[in-house]
Write a protein that binds this ligand. Structure first.
Ligand code: FES
Ligand code: FES
Length: 157
């Protein structure tokens, strides 16, 4: 039995500690926003945050999380139920096509903005290079990250 904090709530898990975090999130905790793509840390569909760092949940054993805090796309909404600025920007710019990769894209972008509040194109391209989109929404993603950065900068003033 292990304990794990997900989206601010403490959960118990009595399965195999070697189980990929993605499996546990989806199958045991009902958090199906994180998607399975490659299962090999190559596409970014499954990206979550572990103590604020972007992490590929498909290759992260749940037993390795320890006392760290996991955040999924479901936990990105702010406590007052306000969408994260990235979610607002994604909607405003109509980024998603099929949508399958977008959870991972948003979580990767959120980790970027927490470290670099006003990223350049190069910062964005470097941070997002491991998140693949078969629908080719890369330009819209870059624009949405910039819009979210602008929204967040304005909110800080
Ligand atoms: S499903 Fe995890 S990186 Fe592709
Ligand atoms: S929106 Fe379809 S894979 Fe990215």
């Amino acid at each position: 039995m292990l304990e794990i904090t997900i989206n601010g709530e403490l959960h118990r898990y009595d399965g195999d500690p070697a189980t990929p975090l993605l499996w546990a999130l989806r199958e045991d905790f009902g958090l199906t926003g994180s998607k399975y793509g490659c299962g090999a840390a190559l596409c970014g569909c499954c990206t979550v945050h572990v103590d604020g760092e972007a992490r590929r949940a498909c290759v992260t054993p749940i037993g390795d999380i320890g006392s760290a805090s996991v955040t999924t796309i479901e936990g990105l909404v702010q406590p007052n139920a306000k969408l994260h600025p990235l979610q607002t920007a994604w909607i405003e710019l109509d980024v998603a096509q099929c949508g399958y990769c977008q959870t991972g894209q948003i979580m990767q972008a959120a980790a970027l903005l927490s470290k670099i509040p006003e990223p350049t194109d190069q910062d964005i391209d470097e941070a997002m290079s491991g998140n693949l989109c078969r629908c080719g929404t890369y330009n819209q993603i870059r624009q949405a990250i910039k819009l979210a950065a602008h929204i967040m900068t304005q909110a800080r003033k």
